[in-house]
Design a binder for this molecule. Structure first.
Ligand SMILES: NC(=O)c1ccc[n+]([C@@H]2O[C@H](COP(=O)([O-])OP(=O)(O)OC[C@H]3O[C@@H](n4cnc5c(N)ncnc54)[C@H](O)[C@@H]3O)[C@@H](O)[C@H]2O)c1
Length: 478
């Protein structure tokens, strides 16, 4: 009898290294029921995909890599944390931030020499000399291009936060600069490094789904996250930063491009700012939630509730561990942080709070993408429809139904159960990216990074095309 593997091969389906994934594995009780079950499901799960190996965070390096962190805010600290875990592989030798206390805080933690503590990133490059192996660029979106171009010119390898830059032209210029100076640029598309997406990619590449025909992908932004980052916070103005399809959803476009493994040809997008605008303000709502809003108890976006009671998104307040509600409230009233106290209907925001995009990939693969800010919890829901099977995932687990066996198989590893990964954000992707970047620099091998600038630019171009389409109402070529 013809084996399934041979059948797939005879149909011309690619079978990668992951093809032998389904071994004699233990069933996952109840896992399949958590997602809807197709009507023709034959029975309980016979096995799972949890045996797909998850690589540890320990790097394989021939030497220590020295790094300067540019932008010692949230993301700069995330990547610097890798040096705390694996000091033999990565050493922070310089820190730059325009806020002195942030430079000091991170520098003190890593014992950075006084002469390597910088303010503006231009100070890092002022001597015209290369002071470390690499720089991490974790400044705001509108301050990626200049330091990246300069760092490459001086011979640094670069770990560059997404979005790469604010325009297509600048993105392409960075790619050219990297080629010109022969340097490595890793883009922080952290989801590619998360065990969940790595397992999903391995299953797709195994051929068990046959050929991918279409994908549905929902990026669910938690309502309070939307309010914090894209209404009140740093990414509220698409002109100062980037349109939300890049600022937030470039991760999703990148994952879709990566999973499909083919280029996107065209895109048609729509979306708007539906809710967070002045005309929706309830009567009598003051400019700031801290000014005694009469609707405080009925508004889920109330700043006092989100920050002092729920204690969410506190990273922006420089609390140094003090989470006392009164202290947080004093921060909300402090002009340095009071943007976060603003009524969500009285902000200077313009980012859409819902966005849809239909894409056509090479070979006729279709993708339907949706982003919404009105969801109880942040998540990503991906349904991959193939000629031989169907995959349905929600970022914590995915289930694969094979049309021949009609039985589901599940991946549902808890990344927090893997000790090394504890505390690594984005489903473990943050520190796994740092590991691969350190290895790429230490070996001078960009192939160790799956999100090098070359491949990352493609999904950025999808984002720019989506935004053109949203504005023009026309289908755009990528
Ligand atoms: N990969 C991801 O998943 C992810 C997640 C969040 C943010 N980001 C991106 O990371 C970047 C940083 O975001 P963040 O959340 O860390 O912001 P942040 O505001 O916490 O940190 C940015 C830091 O840069 C500093 N800075 C500003 N101008 C500077 C200059 N000229 N020289 C030196 N330092 C300067 C700021 O003072 C601040 O401390 C942004 O581009 C953002 O879009 C990526």
């Amino acid at each position: 009898m013809m084996e399934r593997r041979d059948f797939l091969k005879s149909c011309g389906f690619a079978l990668g290294a992951g093809a032998a994934l389904g071994g004699p594995l233990a069933p996952v009780a109840g896992a399949a029921e958590r997602i809807f079950a197709p009507a023709d499901q034959a029975g309980p799960a016979p096995g799972d995909y949890n045996s797909i190996p998850v690589r540890g965070l320990k790097p394989d390096v021939p030497r220590q890599v020295s790094v300067i962190i540019i932008g010692a805010g949230n993301r700069g600290n995330v990547y610097a944390a890798y040096a705390e875990k694996f000091p033999e592989a990565m050493k922070i030798v310089g820190v730059s931030d325009i806020l002195d206390y942030r430079t000091k805080r991170l520098s003190d933690k890593h014992g950075v020499a006084p002469e390597m503590r910088f303010g503006h990133f231009r100070e890092v490059f002022a001597s015209g000399k290369k002071l470390a192996d690499a720089v991490v660029i974790a400044t705001p979106d509108d301050r990626h291009y200049e330091p990246c171009m300069k760092a490459l010119e001086l011979g640094y390898d670069v770990l560059l936060e997404k979005p790469v830059a604010q325009t297509e032209k600048e993105c392409k210029a960075i790619l050219r600069q990297a080629k010109k100076y022969g340097r490595i640029v890793g883009v922080c598309h952290v989801l590619r490094y998360a065990p969940y997406f790595l397992a999903m990619k391995e299953v797709v590449d195994s051929g068990v789904l046959g050929q991918i025909v279409s994908i549905q992908h929902l990026e669910a932004i938690r309502y309070a996250h939307m309010a914090h980052s894209y209404v009140r916070g740093n990414w509220r103005d698409s002109n100062e930063t980037t349109p939300i399809i890049l600022a937030k959803s470039c991760h999703d476009l990148d994952i879709l491009r990566w999973i499909i493994g083919k280029p996107c040809k065209s895109i048609v997008a729509d979306g708007n700012l539906f809710f967070f605008k002045k005309e929706n303000a309830p009567e009598g709502a003051p400019m700031y939630c801290t000014d005694g809003c009469p609707h405080a108890d009925k508004c889920p976006y109330n700043a006092i509730t989100i920050y002092t009671k729920l204690k969410q998104h506190l990273g922006v307040f420089d609390l140094n561990g003090n989470k006392d509600p009164e202290f947080i409230l004093s921060r909300l009233k402090d002009p340095r942080y009071s943007n976060y106290a603003r009524c969500v209907f009285h902000c200077d925001n313009n980012q859409p709070d819902h966005y849809v995009a239909d894409m056509m990939f090479d070979g006729g693969v279709s993708v339907s993408f949706a982003m919404s800010a009105f969801v109880s919890h942040g998540s990503r829901r991906t349904r991959i429809m193939g000629t031989m099977g169907f995959l349905d995932g929600d970022l914590t687990q995915f289930t694969v139904w094979d049309y021949l066996t009609r039985t589901p198989k599940v991946w549902n590893r808890k990344v927090s159960d893997i000790p090394e990964y504890r505390g690594s954000g984005h489903g473990g992707g943050d520190l796994a990216l740092a590991r691969d970047f350190v290895e790429a620099v230490a070996w001078q091998d960009p192939g160790r990074l799956s999100s090098s600038i070359d491949v990352s630019l493609e999904s950025h171009m999808m984002g720019f095309a989506a935004e053109r389409s949203r504005r023009s109402g026309k289908k755009e070529k990528v």
